[in-house]
Design a protein around this ligand. Sequence first.
Ligand code: SAH
Length: 243
Amino acid sequence: MSDGPKIRLHVDHPLATGERVALSRDKAHYLFGVMRLTEGAEVALINGRDGEWRAVVAEAGKRGGVLEVAERTRELQVPPDLWLLFAPIRKARTDFIVEKAVEMGAARICPVQTEFTNAERIRRDRLQAHAVEAAEQCGGTFVPEVEELRGLAQVLADWPEDRHLIFADESALGAAAGLAAAPDAAKWAILVGPEGGFSPAERDRLRALPFVTPISLGPRILRADTAAVAALALFQAERGDWR
Ligand code: SAH
């Protein structure tokens, strides 16, 4: 991307040659007020669906502007069908998990409330905005959806059985419990617990389910945010798109 446009922007607009994208006040302020772009400047656009496109500033104003879409520079790259289920923790660490999940190629981000989860609510729209920013920044063309917070028991009760769940189990600490034990599957999910870990009842329930494989993330206890990144890396390297 070194010789292409430096700025990548996500817009909620269809992207195709000749499309004219009207800019919101915020985006116009960013492009023309902060980044000082003028008419004729180039930006890269993504919308999460149509790949990446080169666009040219056609009109630049204080409160608005128009970008004209030129040509596609990258096809849409959809990550493996992998959901990340995690228990939200304090705000900054939850933001971190969402950002890293996008960089690491999760297809969907699912906050779940476990017995030892402190957070009662999440700001889904704010987390979704973080996901968009992460995609802009990491060169991604796909933006995973952030779901509303749901209870773990309910999530498991509604589970689609063709999706295999990899469960980061801190009680498997150091045991040689790896992804190799998981079957071949086309649809996946990773579950990481909160700082307080899983309750014994949750662990028993998870371990008894036919679509669940517990895995160890090594001999040390990782913080929940570290565990999410480690589990995603392990998956992408062994079963995902790093291969
Ligand atoms: N308080 C718990 C640790 C929680 S760590 C305890 O002391 O036992 C937060 C989450 O990260 C865990 O629920 C688990 O999903 C994951 N995790 C951390 N370290 C791990 C490891 N070594 N192996 C597997 N999962 C781990």
